[in-house]
Ligand binder design. Structure first.
Ligand code: NAD
Length: 370
């Protein structure tokens, strides 16, 4: 039976990179028997301009009905003056919150051909394969009270609240341990238990899940600041890192630079598995934003978004073999020296966003022509 995909390209380069993903999806339909019904709509600034809100109830209904959502990027300086509730990012936050996408998977894989592009020495990053599991629907980005208030002495006060409950921590820890069991069998749990009570709880609950449910996986606890330092000192010591929303936001961006470029980093956000159907809500998106500095110039690297679709094939569409095929095609494209500007190096061939899409399709075509 055909599966339903909701495509939300969003703003800026989100539109450009998603155009290339659509071509890849079509290729799998034409050549590998992938049956999908695709519905495309607006989100972020594009949705604000069309509908007056960064996401609408109708689009949320489509997202609930879909097997997965493919998301581009949102935002841009033209929306900076909007009220907070209308900002493009609110569209993404609502999707994450309402679909209860509590586990954000961010692989940081260094393709061999790109090891030179990392800001670290080649030997530190070649062969790197880390999975960062970030809690996505709780913590300081959502905690109450929040806001900016006026104080009697004329100052203003900004408040956000870091808050986690037992089950919020346990469910994301389970995702991390489960993934680790299929990879290197090691989890680092990262928080700040030395200065934050929520960090103490985080550490205790992750330990509980380990001791009671995954005793065979190696677990280490690491303070978030040390984790950032170790990521740039010796990143290959990590297999899976599980951490909260705020620290995960930062640590995954640190890991991003290990792999050479933001334009290479995919992500998946998963919800709880429905026991009856075996399915979970899921959203796949590149880690990068809408890149206003290069938007509309056909310069964006579409590989992060294409690799996000590979994750969708693996985690939502039950097509792990096709995911492997797509990732291998990307690997060969890079190995041949095809580069967008963000990953360009001497001796390589500089290509546009569209040509990078062409190159991936050419490699995919080789797999069927023998
Ligand atoms: P950004 O990720 O958009 O860009 C950072 C830098 O990386 C820019 O120089 C950009 O040109 C480059 N870059 C990013 N993706 C690239 C790609 N695929 N190919 C080539 N180069 C790439 O981050 P930013 O500049 O901080 O934010 C721009 C806008 O995007 C802001 O409005 C921000 O709020 C929004 N944003 C959205 C998301 C999201 O939708 N998930 C994430 C981050 C930022």
């Amino acid at each position: 039976m055909a599966q339903n995909i909701l495509v939300l390209p969003g703003d800026g380069i989100g539109q450009e990179v998603m155009t290339e993903v659509r071509r890849v999806v079509d290729w799998f339909g034409e050549n590998r028997g992938l049956e999908v019904n695709i519905s495309e709509d607006k989100v972020g600034g594009a949705a604000y301009e069309a509908y007056g809100a960064p996401i609408t109830d109708a689009i949320m209904d489509k997202a609930f009905a879909a097997d997965c959502v493919l998301f581009g990027a949102v935002g841009g300086p033209q929306y900076d003056m909007l009220d907070f509730s209308l900002r493009p990012e609110r569209g993404l936050l609502r999707l994450r919150k309402d679909l209860e996408l509590f586990a954000n998977l961010r692989p940081a894989i260094c393709f061999d051909a790109l090891a030179e592009a990392s800001s670290l020495k080649k030997e530190l990053v070649a062969g790197l394969d880390i999975m960062i599991v970030r809690e996505l629907t709780g913590g300081v980005y959502f905690g109450e009270p929040r806001g900016i208030s006026d104080l009697p002495d004329g100052q203003r006060r900004g408040i956000n609240t870091q808050v986690y409950d037992t089950e919020e921590i346990r469910r994301v820890a389970r995702v991390a341990f489960d993934l680790a069991g299929k990879r290197g069998n090691r989890v680092h749990s990262s928080e700040k238990n030395n200065v934050m009570e929520s960090g103490i709880l985080w550490k205790e609950e992750v330990q509980w899940v380990h001791d009671n449910e995954f005793p065979d996986v190696q677990l280490d606890h690491i303070l978030a600041d040390n984790c950032g330092m170790q990521l740039v000192r010796a990143p290959k010591q990590f297999d899976v890192i599980v951490t909260d929303n705020l620290f995960g936001d930062m640590l995954s961006d640190v890991a991003a630079m290990l792999t050479g470029s933001l334009g290479m980093l995919p992500s998946a956000s998963l919800g709880a598995r429905d026991e009856a159907t075996g399915k979970s809500h899921a959203l796949y998106e590149p880690v990068h934003g809408s890149a206003p500095d290069i938007a509309g110039q056909n310069k964006a690297n579409p590989l992060a978004c294409i690799l996000s679709f590979a994750m969708a094939l693996r985690y939502s569409l039950d097509r792990g073999g096709d995911a492997d095929l797509l990732e291998a095609a990307v690997d060969r494209v890079l190995g041949a020296g095809t580069r967008t500007g963000d990953i360009m190096s001497e001796g390589s061939t500089l290509v546009s966003c569209t040509s990078m899409g062409d190159a991936v399709l050419t490699e995919l075509n080789k797999t069927i022509s023998g």
